[in-house]
Design a protein around this ligand. Structure first.
Ligand code: HMG
Length: 389
């Protein structure tokens, strides 16, 4: 039975900053951000947008035209969740009016959560013929103003409907895995800003990639040449390239050229949105499918998922005959083109206007309401979600 991604949705808030302007404001040479890090713009989420509202927006797109009565599982993968107990997935479940007879929960392992959800959904569909699953990877990456990680922030969500006989991508059962308890990046419970050992995290990302790539190669007998494109978790777009370059010499010059060209197609959206943690690898997938004109049905893609802490997984996926109808070229270009650029001072104000980490009530600023769903405020320690009418 072929199982995989039948439909995709992508959402990012309609506000961004230009990273050359941010570099100037931080006294950094702008080329460091655009060339050294590989980021041009960064999505900015006002406080009315969180993993629930963004996830619901992406899921609304992914579910369009789907038979909801087949849906048996909803997983929200996030590492910037809004409650330590209740699953954000339940707010989404209500906002989208999904059937009551479903498994609905949230899962976490840093940026690996999206892949953990996808694999769990694939196994669920295999065990329950005729059922479908919805996986939402939604996050706001925050490190703090003027921190080393600030240039690698971002916000957005990707949603995937997983089904039998999928139209877009078969997710193959060929994973190579590596897990180890390391302290490269984490977020203590008292704060919404992550801590990172920056250089160490980049070294571990590459070490985990090299490990799972070697295992996968040995297990499957495949080489780089067997993959039309290699996709990476993208905390920033230079990161995946660094990992790819550690193995590129294994390929012929022609294959190297092809993989580098496809890599460029895969990073177009991340360059303008930034890190969306759990969804970053799948943002790269959407970008590749919408910006590469040379892909064909039957092509095998290699995907490397990394979540700090850390878990690495490499697996392959095969493009299906109907993928182009399900993912039109440049389909999400308008979502990015229609965003509003913010001055750095405005971004700093929005960054500071965060919901409270104490029992007080809070009202999100209606002037910044955007997207199909909003978190209008916190009343009596309960978050208020509604459609943005
Ligand atoms: P940094 O210390 O600001 O940057 O930290 P740097 O000094 O290492 O410079 C970065 C690059 O810019 C270097 O290139 C410089 O040479 C270059 P490289 O040697 O890497 O090829 N550079 C310039 N290039 C052109 N013109 C110039 C110029 N100046 C310098 N003028 C760092 C960068 C990414 C570490 C920091 O932003 C950070 O800590 N980010 C957060 C952590 C992170 O993203 N880690 C990535 C791996 S871990 C991961 O992916 C998991 C994660 O997504 C979380 C999760 O799993 O949940 C983060």
């Amino acid at each position: 039975m072929t199982i995989g991604i039948d439909q995709l949705g992508l959402y990012t808030p309609p506000f961004f900053i230009d990273l050359r302007e941010l570099a100037t404001a931080r006294g950094v040479e702008p080329d460091k951000y655009t060339i050294g890090i590989g980021q041009d713009q960064q999505a900015v989420a006002p406080s009315s947008q969180d993993v629930v509202t963004m996830g619901a927006a992406a899921a609304k797109e992914a579910l369009a035209g789907q038979d909801l009565s087949k849906l048996g599982l909803l997983i929200l993968a996030t590492e910037s969740g809004v409650d330590a107990s209740k699953a954000g997935a339940l707010y989404i479940h209500r906002l989208l009016g999904l059937p009551a007879s479903m498994r609905v929960f949230e899962l976490k392992e840093a940026c690996y959560g999206g892949t953990a959800g996808l694999m769990m959904a694939r196994d669920y569909v295999a065990a329950h013929p005729g059922k479908t699953a919805l996986v939402i990877a939604s996050d706001i990456a925050r490190y703090g103003l003027a921190t080393g990680g600030e240039v690698t922030q971002g916000a957005g969500a990707v949603a995937m409907v997983v089904a039998e006989a999928p139209r877009i991508l078969a997710v193959n059962d060929d994973s190579a895995l590596h897990a180890d308890d390391i302290q490269d990046f984490w977020r203590p419970m008292y704060t919404d800003q992550a801590l990172a050992r920056g250089k160490y995290s980049t070294e571990q990302y590459i070490a985990f990639f090299d490990e799972v790539w070697a295992t996968y190669r040995e297990k499957t007998g495949r080489t780089l040449a067997d993959h039309a494109a290699m996709l990476f978790h993208l905390p920033y777009t230079k990161m995946g390239l660094k990992a790819l370059k550690t193995v590129l010499a294994e390929a012929t010059p022609a294959a190297q050229e092809r993989l580098l060209a496809q890599y460029q197609a895969s990073i177009q959206y991340s360059r303008r949105i930034g890190n969306i943690y759990t969804g970053s690898l799948y943002l790269g997938l959407v970008s590749l499918l919408e910006n590469s004109e040379t892909l064909a049905a039957g092509d095998r893609l290699g995907l490397f998922s990394y979540g700090s802490g850390a878990v690495g997984e490499f697996f392959s996926a095969t493009l299906q005959p109907q993928f182009r109808q399900a993912v039109p070229l440049h389909g999400h270009a308008p979502l990015l083109a229609q965003r509003k650029q913010l001055a750095i001072a405005t971004y700093e104000q929005l960054f500071a206007d965060s919901w409270p980490n104490d029992p007080s009530d809070y009202q999100s600023e209606p002037a910044w309401f955007a997207g199909p769903f909003v978190m209008s405020g916190v009343t009596g320690q309960e978050r208020q979600y509604r459609a943005n009418d």
